[in-house]
Design a protein around this ligand. Structure first.
Ligand SMILES: Cc1ncc(COP(=O)(O)O)c(C=O)c1O
Length: 322
């Protein structure tokens, strides 16, 4: 394997620990958690791992500015803003949504971290604005580096392949029957799939889709996993049919908080004192609880929930999570 360059960002390895009270309450499999909500970058999250590789590439290319995009409460944008601050880079964020009267949650943190925030209406406008910003900044003599949605390209995905190695070192002789987590732009899942292949981890990798149907997301994850494997010097084919995406928990759509998310957030908070977020991990953990209740995993088995962060968004959804 050839490991790409990484910068020092955040704190690793993130903790891995059991959830004994929750496991007993549910009476099913033993549940464990991997704490990527504790990566330490301006409240943490899964994008920190990706940004270690992406920022290294930006610096290698002589960039002085990071440009990326997301929703108004994007955790990816907030962590990109923090990474830019840490490396003395400028940061432009193109966010979908309307400016709130009082910035809160991730948006508040973006501004505190010194990012320039540009509001757009939808994804099409967002793409056009990123390209326009890129050109404008170049004309002004800057050297911008574009990071795609969710940091999901070959490098971002490769970061999660390397995370499998980190997990294996912590597992010692323990085994998991499944790893469950929130999947959206697909980089996290692609990395876990690639890493499992690369490091021989025989565990079902189950992405709970936050917004896209399986037939859109699975091929994207497969393509990104192949790109990550190639970047790591171990090329190989990954079939969309082998990618496990559960898309039955999307409720009212992206960032629409329903009973599933509310119950999941309360359950983990009250059983274990751990916070989830309303958009991604609340939905994914709600999906995990439902799958356990349906009997997908039971006594004698062990399931890992990979917490991907996002808790600052709780403060932008206060009326919906209570
Ligand atoms: C908290 C959280 N969990 C999960 C995800 C999904 O990760 P990916 O975009 O790599 O699929 C995101 C993406 O924004 C996120 O912010």
């Amino acid at each position: 394997m050839q490991a790409p360059e990484q910068v020092e960002l955040g704190f690793f390895p993130t903790p891995l620990h059991p959830l004994p009270r929750l496991s007993e309450m549910l009476g099913g499999p033993e549940i464990w958690i991997k704490r990527d909500d504790q990566t330490g970058l301006a409240t943490g999250g899964n994008k920190t791992r990706k940004l270690r590789l992406l920022v290294a590439d930006a610096l290698a290319q002589g960039a002085d500015t990071l440009i990326t995009a997301g929703a108004v409460q994007s955790n990816h944008c907030r962590q990109t803003a923090a990474a830019a601050a840490q490396f003395g880079l400028k940061c432009h964020l193109v966010v979908r949504g309307t400016p709130p009267e009082v910035p809160n949650g991730n948006l508040l943190l973006d501004l505190l971290l010194g990012a320039r925030v540009h509001f757009v209406r939808d994804r099409a406008e967002s793409q056009a604005r990123m390209s326009a910003l890129n050109e404008e900044l170049r004309e002004q003599g800057h050297r911008p580096y574009l990071i795609p949605y969710g940091g999901s390209n070959a490098r971002g995905a490769a970061a999660y392949a390397l995370a499998v190695q980190e997990l294996q070192a912590q597992m010692e002789d323990m085994a998991f029957d499944a790893i469950v987590f929130a999947t959206s732009s697909g980089g996290t899942q692609a990395g876990l799939v690639a890493g499992a292949r690369l490091f021989g981890l025989e565990t079902e990798i189950v992405g709970i889709s936050v917004d896209e149907p399986r037939d859109v997301l699975a091929p994207r994850v497969a393509r990104l996993a192949e790109e990550a494997l190639a970047l790591l010097g171990e090329p190989g084919a990954v079939l969309a049919d082998d990618v496990v995406v559960e898309d039955g928990f999307r409720g009212g759509g992206y960032a629409v908080v329903g009973d599933l998310e509310r119950e999941a957030i309360r359950t983990l908070a009250r059983a274990e004192g751990i916070l989830l977020d309303p958009v991604y991990t609340g939905r994914a953990f709600g999906g995990l609880l439902s799958l356990i209740r349906e009997g997908r995993w039971g006594k004698g088995q062990r399931v890992l929930f990979w917490h991907t962060g996002g808790t600052p968004a709780l403060f932008a959804f206060t009326d919906m999570v209570i």
